[in-house]
Design a protein around this ligand. Structure first.
Ligand code: AMP
Ligand code: ZN
Length: 491
């Protein structure tokens, strides 16, 4: 499999260190609010990557952290702690909102068919690991205490800016008026490993450490959690593109300094989803969530399809019109799958299926081209030489990666169509009248209404209107429903 490696700035063949075993790490959400659909774009594309690797036959172990401490409102260690701010907003404790929004995050993931990673670790559960790593960094001379905090000394590294050509002058420290430059740092790029003398009086979570009571910086959690569960060498690390600097840059700095060797060779970054007005942000009041899409009547999988239809390394603009197009495409797709016969009893033709599987695999292997992988689905539907059993076999196979519920969605459509057909066929067409109507009247009007039902089924609107008007002239009103018609007398 080949994909773009942000570390080397080119597409590369993915070769894990250990045969077909893959250790994969993903930066998890900061759980101070709901995830917005931008965050979820990253998780959808990372899910597609994980499933593409599994499709290729790799044995993937995926680990994700949950950031419930230490992430400040600026990634450069300034501003307020996002969790503390979230707790204040909702008048709850930090742990209460962490639990609530962690559950909400996984509920959103489930609705988007995002597989839960094999190991999920909250940042607050690994304090001893952070203390150990920071102690080693201090011993090795990669860290220094200053002003009560412990900092990583980026000047000790041959190369700090691994993802881009930043230099110190570019660092946006202190550019916001309300953000004071941290005078304790020896170099602008240095970052906090452990806060002891916090400038946040109301920091809710604090732990004892050799350097005093305090709490970890944001970056240390991912290095420690990854090394704890996946060992000294990591095959693949992913996250949204904004994480590349400073978060991933700092993860690499501290992990490699701690381990004394290189750490992770492949870095996968998903570009942002933006709205037409710009960046999506959880901190700025209203934002788009999966629940909002559902409230507006969209199946969350429509959003998944919307994401899969474009390349993960391109920015994606969200508009309701774009989502409507994806919704129409999804409905049409399910209809076409529903038109296939699942009960032919024939075995799939595995030989005939192979070229289609190769095409699908080729798309995924080429820098995770999910849009092309979706096209493979249409190619299968179009393929005249394939019978329905083989088509359905292929669609189920592709859905291991796409996770669009192609077969389940189609089965649901078929069941709905069957129910509609039953209602319309007359068998279940029920005429009901008032409880006090005379039997003769019920029979006579019932017969007329059944006649009207037949006329409606045949779309003979002139006849159905004629019967309705005749009854209206006799003071009878009709109420149509899916199951039939109910009549009543005016007054
Ligand atoms: P956070 O909860 O802020 O820690 O972010 C969770 C994940 O979402 C990280 O991998 C971010 O890089 C990613 N992310 C943040 N904003 C966006 C966006 N607008 N589009 C795609 N991914 C994003
Ligand atoms: Zn991380």
């Amino acid at each position: 499999m080949e994909f773009y490696n942000s570390l080397t700035h080119r597409k590369e063949q993915f070769v894990p260190r250990n045969g077909n075993k893959v250790g994969m790490y993903t930066c998890g959400p900061t759980v101070y609010h709901y995830a917005h659909i931008g965050n979820l774009r990253s998780y959808i594309m990372e899910d597609a990557l994980e499933k593409a690797l599994r499709y290729e036959g790799y044995d993937v172990t995926r680990v994700m952290n949950i950031t419930d401490v230490g992430h400040l409102s600026s990634d450069a260690d300034t501003g307020e702690d996002k969790m503390v701010k979230g707790a204040q907003r909702e008048h709850k404790t930090v742990m209460e909102i962490a639990k609530f929004y962690t559950d909400a995050f996984f509920a959103d993931c489930a609705r988007l068919n995002i597989r839960t990673p094999d190991i999920v670790t909250p940042a607050t559960s690994c304090i001893p690991e952070y203390i150990n790593m920071i102690s080693v960094l201090l011993e090795k001379g990669y860290a220094y205490p200053a002003g009560g905090n412990i900092y990583f000394d980026t000047s000790r590294l041959d190369k700090y800016y691994v993802f881009n050509d930043h230099d110190e002058a570019d660092l946006a420290v202190g550019v916001r008026e309300d953000v004071e430059e941290d005078v304790n740092k020896r170099h602008k790029a240095d970052f906090v490993l452990w806060f002891t003398k916090s400038k946040f009086e109301d920091q809710a979570l604090k732990w004892d450490s050799p350097w005093g009571v305090g709490y970890p910086g944001w970056h240390i959690e991912c290095s420690c959690i990854s090394i704890k569960h996946l060992g000294e060498y990591l095959d693949l690390h992913c996250g949204g593109i904004d994480n590349a600097f400073p978060h991933h840059t700092n993860e690499i700095a501290q992990s490699e300094a701690y381990l004394g060797h290189d750490w992770c060779h492949y870095w996968f970054h998903v570009h942002h989803l933006n709205t037409t007005t710009g960046k999506m942000s959880k901190s700025s009041g209203e934002f788009l969530t999966v629940s909002l899409l559902e409230e507006k009547g969209y199946d969350p999988l429509v959003y998944r399809l919307f994401c899969l239809q474009s390349h993960y390394r391109k920015g994606l603009v969200f508009t309701w019109e774009n989502l409507d197009n994806a919704a129409a495409a999804y409905q049409k797709l399910l209809k076409r799958v529903a038109a296939l016969n699942p009960d032919t009893g024939a075995a799939p033709d595995l030989e005939a299926a192979k070229p289609y599987q190769e095409q699908f695999r080729w798309a995924l292997d080429n820098d995770l081209n999910t849009a092309l992988a979706v096209t493979s689905v249409y190619n299968v539907l179009k393929a005249k030489e394939l019978d329905d059993a083989t088509r359905l076999y292929l669609l189920e196979d592709f859905d291991r990666v796409l996770s669009l519920n192609l077969l389940e969605g189609a089965a649901k459509l078929r069941a709905q169509d069957a129910a509609r057909a039953r209602t319309q066929s007359g068998g279940a067409y029920v005429v009901t009248g008032p409880a006090d109507a005379a039997p003769e009247e019920l029979a006579e009007i019932g017969a007329l209404l059944l006649q009207r039902g037949e006329a409606r089924k045949a779309k003979n609107w002139a006849e159905s209107d004629r019967i309705r008007d005749e009854l209206a002239g006799r003071g009878i009103t009709l109420k149509d429903s899916r199951q039939g018609v109910q009549w009543s007398k005016n007054g």
